[in-house]
Write a protein that binds this ligand. Sequence first.
Ligand code: TRP
Length: 335
Amino acid sequence: MNTKKRILTGDRPTGQLHIGHLLGALQDRVALQDEYDTFVIIADVQALTDNFKDPQKVRSNVFEVAVDNLAVGIDPDKSTIFIQSLIPEIAELTVFYSNLVTIARLERNPTVKEEIKQKKDLFGNSVTFGFLGYPVSQAADITAFQADLVPVGDDQLPQIELAREIVRKFNQIYGQTLKEPEPKIGRFPRVKGLDGNKMSKSLNNAIYLADSPEIIEKKVLSAITDTQKIRLNDKGHPNICTIYHYHEMFSVEELEIIRKECKRGDRGCVQCKKQLAQNIIEKLSPIREKRLYYQERRKLVEEILHEGTKKARQVAQATMSKVREAMKLYNINAK
Ligand code: TRP
């Protein structure tokens, strides 16, 4: 019997993962997999809520996101990686939970509000039922596994809060059945992109785990720095500089010197960027190698997903049986 506490976390397969994911979530995920029984969901059903016109993109990225997770160190012997759409219990739970959440509550979700604004082209002035409701489905992802802890970026806090509300309401109406999950925010929840906005695939400002050293250097050299520092010897303002923001994460040992030199005007931006690029390349190179290893072994990755999904399904089915009992539904699988 596994007595470890459980983690459920994961990603939407809409593109390759970048250093924002690495620092905001993946590193934490890897560090916690010894202490927790970890489940990593590849949320393809959720990805379809805003990519329903492009199913091939979602399909291709299931593999890419699996490879990204394996490359950063998610160990299939310790953690369970699985595909959301192969767990029908999640869809069932979503339907049951939909009775416990009002439309007004969903419309108040600040993350979803912001996303709807960004997706005007797709949704026009009326958002789909599926997209507005994806946090309900996310609550099903989490609770199907009776997760104790959900490591996420801070934009996901409203989703976890909703999951907690659903759990409380469910337990209150149908009796104590579901576990209330806690969120866990990573050490660097808001990694900026190369243009100073939040790092995001859709803003085209990301450094990907799969980027080659040449691409990383090119991207870093093109990044916007402290706009008040024009000449090499001008005094810099590290606190408003995107490059310094990355140094904080990738150049921990040299950070004090970098900061002092920059403020004194003893440090040119080009040299500073080259140093950063080198540090990022060093950090990503083992990840990139592992990525290539798995990319060339599609069968192995599919086997890992297959096994993970099989195991995940059993856990979700056990929860489902409890849920059906609590909700007085016919439960032909009751033990
Ligand atoms: N919404 C999450 C994101 O965009 C991905 C996700 C789907 C997730 N289901 C989850 C995260 C369950 C944590 C738990 O990053």
